[in-house]
Design a protein around this ligand. Sequence first.
Ligand SMILES: [Zn+2]
Length: 138
Amino acid sequence: MPPITEIAPQNNIQSQSPVEQKVPGTCPVCHLPVQSSYYFCPNCGAKLNMAPLSITSATQAWIYALSFILPWTVFIFIKWWPGIKYAKSHDPKTKQIGQIAWAILIISTLVTIWFAYVWTQNTIKSTINSINSDMSLP
Ligand SMILES: [Zn+2]
């Protein structure tokens, strides 16, 4: 019974996974030193960090509007909602936009539920009223 020597050498196994092997201060692809604030390696063009999320006022208006409308659409467009991505950002300004988007989403959800509740109650009430008026007819 020979010892297990047939296993191929595994020295290549960790050479090709550029996403997870991020060493701070060096490019994961070409291993040249880069600044942590870089989004792309200036040498080889590899993606280093998530590209900055847009924080223009137009983008903010879009995110907030979507956060406001989303509960009315029963969250059909939730995959378009970038609030999670923004709230997870390490950039404080971007993170703040995400948090505001979350707050609007939650408030709008509560308001929507409240409106739905009031509308349901009114419908029940008017139904009962119409039944009552039907019953009181001679
Ligand atoms: Zn590089």
